[in-house]
Design a protein around this ligand. Structure first.
Ligand SMILES: *Cc1c(COP(=O)(O)O)cnc(C)c1O
Length: 338
């Protein structure tokens, strides 16, 4: 099986399993786990922030960030298809008690003009605009990179309007590698940033949230509210350290494989696949028919994938499919669509 459903299906590497087995641990709620402490300090430096917090999932990292930046009733500005709004079970409303205000974009990228247009002046009737959430790479836009200069223009504008900025960087490592910049450069301008270790970076569990020391101290309490205070979590942090230290550079291979798969699907009947839109490790395939039955047929041909719209298939490349041949994927599509 070639499993292209998501980079979350990656399993911990042998090196990770060995590091997990021998990790030094303690009770992290008491601050006693040396491996978690090391991960948090390495992650802070990696992301160019003062401090970091290890969280069980990207969703918890995003939601803790929103809870920490906002008070109930505040307004959160967010791109209309951003993960924090689209896929997190209404957490902005349920957990932070804040109100999302969505901004529609043609291809997932917020611009200074779009943000300026969405921020309303003070008025007794309006909620207080508090936070802007950005996403890089943008998941529903097909792994799209928010280029550094454009990203900084948006964060500068947001700050000039008195907003805080949270960056959902679940796949920020893909964005950094694609642009040839460091993680700290990619996260500069954001007041807080979340990055998943459990996707293309292969850790079994875990994400990191980074920001100022003061922000992370409050985020630590909010993580506890959500039941995210973990005990001997160094077992997991040991794998996360390897994600940060050893798994970032190879993401270029995932990006190349995505390009090669998209190239192999060019000119095939019954689908369109825009090669120019493949910027990182995702390929979007638009079909001339409902996607569900095609996904089932592809599975029978040995290719697992998911949908990201009624007639759209999403393929995600990652470490555990690095030996897959683009021609095999194309063959499965040809049969499934015949
Ligand atoms: C996967 C993802 C998340 C959430 O991460 P989980 O660990 O699955 O909770 C958040 N944002 C984006 C953009 C993602 O792709």
């Amino acid at each position: 099986m070639i499993d292209l459903r998501s980079d979350t299906v990656t399993k911990p590497t042998d090196e990770m399993r060995a590091a997990m087995a021998s990790a030094e641990v303690g009770d992290d709620v008491w601050g006693d786990d040396p491996t978690v402490n090391r991960l948090e300090s390495v992650a802070a430096e990696w992301l160019g922030k003062e401090a970091a917090l290890f969280v069980p999932s990207g969703t918890m990292g995003n939601q803790v960030a929103v809870m920490t930046h906002c008070r109930p009733g505040d307004e959160v500005l967010v791109e209309a298809e951003a993960h924090v709004y689209w896929y997190e079970v209404g957490g902005i409303a349920r957990l932070a008690g804040a109100q999302p205000r969505t901004i529609h974009t043609p291809a997932g990228l917020l611009t200074p003009d779009l943000v300026r247009g969405a921020v309303r002046e003070e008025n007794i009737h309006y909620p207080t605009p508090r936070l802007l959430c950005l996403e890089n790479t943008h998941n529903r836009a097909g792994g799209k990179v928010h280029p550094l200069t454009e990203f900084r223009a948006v964060t500068d504008l947001a700050h000039s309007l008195g907003l805080k900025v949270h960056l959902d960087g679940a796949r920020l490592a893909n964005a950094a590698v694609a642009q040839g910049i460091t993680m700290a450069e990619a996260a500069a301008g954001a007041d807080s940033v979340m990055c998943c270790l459990s996707k293309g970076l292969c850790a079994p569990v875990g994400s990191v949230l980074a920001g100022t020391r003061e922000f992370i101290a409050e985020a630590r309490k909010n993580r506890k509210v959500l039941g995210g205070g973990m005990r001997q979590a160094g077992i997991l942090a040991a794998a996360g350290l390897i994600s940060i230290e050893k798994m970032v550079g190879r993401l270029q291979e995932d990006h190349q494989l995505a390009q090669d798969i998209a190239a192999a699907l060019q000119d095939m009947p019954h689908l369109t696949c825009d090669l120019a839109k493949v910027e990182t490790n995702m390929v979007q395939v638009d079909l001339d028919r409902p996607a569900g039955p095609v996904v089932d047929a592809l599975a029978r041909e040995g290719v697992l994938c998911g949908t990201s719209g009624p007639t759209r298939i999403r393929l995600v490349t990652h470490h555990d499919v690095s030996g897959a041949h683009p021609a095999e994927v194309a063959k499965a599509f040809r049969t499934a669509l015949a």
